[in-house]
Design a protein around this ligand. Structure first.
Ligand SMILES: NC(=O)c1ccc[n+]([C@@H]2O[C@H](COP(=O)([O-])OP(=O)(O)OC[C@H]3O[C@@H](n4cnc5c(N)ncnc54)[C@H](OP(=O)(O)O)[C@@H]3O)[C@@H](O)[C@H]2O)c1
Length: 334
């Protein structure tokens, strides 16, 4: 029976620069067995995230990389098809670290049950999952936006950035986003309520920021690094707070980029710059999810999903994201 085969995407080789389809290999394995306390999950959506690029590398990061021949790492949401757990039943929807495969097992302690009546289950990988929590903690726990602040977020139409800008608006800030197409800029301004947007591919970001932020930037949520961040640093207000969330502009560099070299701007602005990982706020996740869920339910927090159909599309979807092809939270429908 075809259902008895578990298709998986393995890491076949490590990329140098941008990932290529040949770095992945489609494998067919037999179905995993759920042990005592575990469930077997049939995946419905798999998440594609920028951090996966780092996991393809050898060497030290905050989590070990994927080994050659191993299933690519990632989160998914799916339905329990077999339960050996007293806490979960067949038919429940759960989100957990599944890897890039069609079926996976997980211990009951490692899964979060998803309430499909609150929002579509796919949101457990986006606005009501890791990216939404990243936006929440980076905005409130790192930047701490205040009414009247000028707030800038990069990769503003993406899974994290789109939520960040709306949270900053809720905090009474004037919000400016940067993104890589006019369509994305129109979306953040017209649909998400940002005050302005800058297309970093066609506009001079430093000049536009200087014009849009005459009193400087108080809060910056950095998803990209690179030249966009250089331009922000040249336009800081006194007492600026900067959250370093991601540096996707450098994830495919063959040689590690040096810099930034304009840190004098932080000194002059008496600014604070802090890197963070979503997991450091794990104790606060339940309260954050409650607030995010309430905002999604009352319609005051909007989200956009970019759903690619078909498990076989995983590598192409991932590679596309590294070139900005996704518009919203990137998911693959298995
Ligand atoms: N610290 C944490 O715990 C944590 C957790 C989750 C995510 N992150 C980071 O947050 C960032 C956003 O993640 P996400 O899941 O929301 O992804 P996303 O924004 O939905 O997708 C990635 C986007 O990055 C932009 N991009 C790609 N290459 C770029 C480049 N060279 N320069 C500028 N922008 C580029 C593209 O949009 P454009 O068309 O606008 O270029 C692309 O759509 C990533 O850097 C990720 O690593 C960090």
């Amino acid at each position: 029976m075809p259902e008895e085969i578990n298709r998986q995407w393995l890491l076949a080789s490590r990329p140098s620069g941008f990932p290529q389809e040949g770095n992945f290999e489609l494998n067919e394995a037999s179905l995993p067995n759920a042990e005592h306390g575990e469930v077997m999950i049939k995946l419905e959506y798999l998440s594609i995230d920028p951090y996966m690029r780092g996991r393809m590398n050898e060497g030290k990061s905050y989590t070990p990389g994927v080994q050659i021949g191993e299933v690519m790492t990632g989160e998914g949401v799916g339905v329990v098809v077999e339960s050996r757990s007293s806490a979960l039943s067949a038919g429940d929807h759960v989100v957990t670290r599944t890897g890039w495969q069609e079926y996976s097992t997980a211990h009951e302690s490692a899964v979060r049950k998803v309430d499909a009546s609150v929002a579509p289950v796919s949101t457990a990988l986006g606005v009501l999952g890791m990216p939404g929590l990243t936006a929440y903690h980076g905005t409130f726990d790192v930047i701490d936006p205040r009414p009247g602040d000028t707030f800038v977020v990069s990769a503003a139409s993406g899974a994290v950035g789109g939520v960040v800008g709306q949270l900053a608006k809720k905090s009474g800030c004037r919000v400016i986003g940067t993104a890589g197409s006019d369509e994305k800029i129109a979306y953040i301004v017209n649909e998400l309520g940002f005050d302005a947007g800058i297309n970093y591919k066609t506009e001079n970001v430093a000049e536009r920021l200087a014009a849009l932020c005459p009193n400087g930037i108080d809060g910056y949520f950095d998803n990209v690094g690179g030249e966009t961040t250089d331009a922000v640093l040249e336009n800081l207000a006194t007492g600026a707070r900067i959250a370093i969330c991601g540096q996707i502009a450098n994830y495919n560099d063959v040689e590690q980029a040096m810099g930034p070299r304009n840190l004098r701007t932080l000194l002059v602005a008496q600014a604070k710059m802090q890197g963070f990982l979503v997991f450091q706020f794990v104790q606060k996740h339940p309260a954050a999810l409650e607030r995010l869920s309430a905002w999604v339910a009352d319609g005051s927090l909007k989200y956009k999903e970019h759903i690619v159909e078909g498990f076989e599309e995983m590598p192409r979807a991932f590679i596309g994201m590294m070139h900005g092809a996704n518009f919203g939270k990137l998911l693959v429908k298995v």
